[in-house]
Design a binder for this molecule. Structure first.
Ligand SMILES: [Zn+2]
Length: 246
């Protein structure tokens, strides 16, 4: 009984202050994590199955969880959520889903990845390795990121499924272009990035990186404008949320 309950516990980003934080969140977590995350058991929400290509996002206000469609859902189509952060690497995702929840994911994303050629998987590994170059060396490695991105766009990205590595690469480029006030390139990658954002976590991730790595963030009008649009699209009220992260 207890293990069944644990399996259905859901971690969710909270808007405003959560009424009750989970035990694990209270211990060993930063102040920021305590403020932003809520773990609870929502009975109806527990019926939703996982897909790496899920069609809803979630967030909570107080004790309530809100589920929002993140893309058009056809009549009769299953409503799905994510059991793991969507940017978890393929191999890690499979292992966690199997060991924690007892199933192998066969969503279109996972099936798509399995069908990639060896050279395409090598390209993904190369992109993944490039992240070790760290954000602090952006300028030195911008060319590397740009080249990898250009190749990836021509090949794997055209297949249309979500890959964490591309998402991270896009974030790296967005930060680099925002830092250098390269507005045209910033907008180009931004539009490609937001097209496939799946959940608030991804917005918060890029927001956190951008605020930390693009000083002074407040002077980047175009960056601010784009974040406001994004928040409005996913949450409905951009001002309240921007204040929460001010
Ligand atoms: Zn999957």
């Amino acid at each position: 009984m207890i293990s069944a309950l644990k399996l259905n516990l859901c971690e969710c980003w909270a808007i405003g202050k959560p009424i009750q934080a989970s035990k694990s969140t209270q211990q060993g977590a930063s102040q920021e994590e305590k403020r932003d995350k809520l773990t609870a058991l929502w009975t109806i929400f527990s019926f939703l199955n996982h897909s790496c290509n899920h069609n809803t996002s979630r967030y909570s206000i107080g004790n309530f969880i809100f589920i929002r469609a993140i893309k058009p859902i056809r009549e009769g189509e299953e409503i799905t959520t994510f059991y793991l952060p969507p940017d978890t690497k393929f191999e890690e995702r499979q292992s966690l889903l199997l060991n924690t929840f007892g199933f192998t994911c066969q969503c279109e994303n996972c099936e798509g990845y399995r069908q990639l050629s060896i050279s395409e998987k090598e390209l993904i590994a190369e992109i993944d390795d490039s992240f070790r170059l760290k954000f602090s060396n952006f300028k030195d490695h911008l060319e590397v990121y740009e080249n990898l991105y250009a190749i990836a766009k021509q090949t794997i990205m055209q297949k249309g499924f979500y890959l964490r590595e591309f998402s991270k690469l896009q974030v790296q480029l967005i930060i680099a272009y925002a830092r250098s006030y390269n507005t045209n390139s910033f907008l180009e990658v931004w539009e490609e990035y937001v097209k496939r954002i799946r959940c608030p976590e991804e917005i918060l991730e890029i927001m956190t990186y951008t605020k930390r790595l693009v000083p002074p963030f407040s002077e980047h009008e175009i960056v601010q404008k784009k974040f406001k649009e994004l928040f409005k699209l996913h949450y409905g009220d951009e001002d309240q949320l921007l204040q929460a992260f001010a």
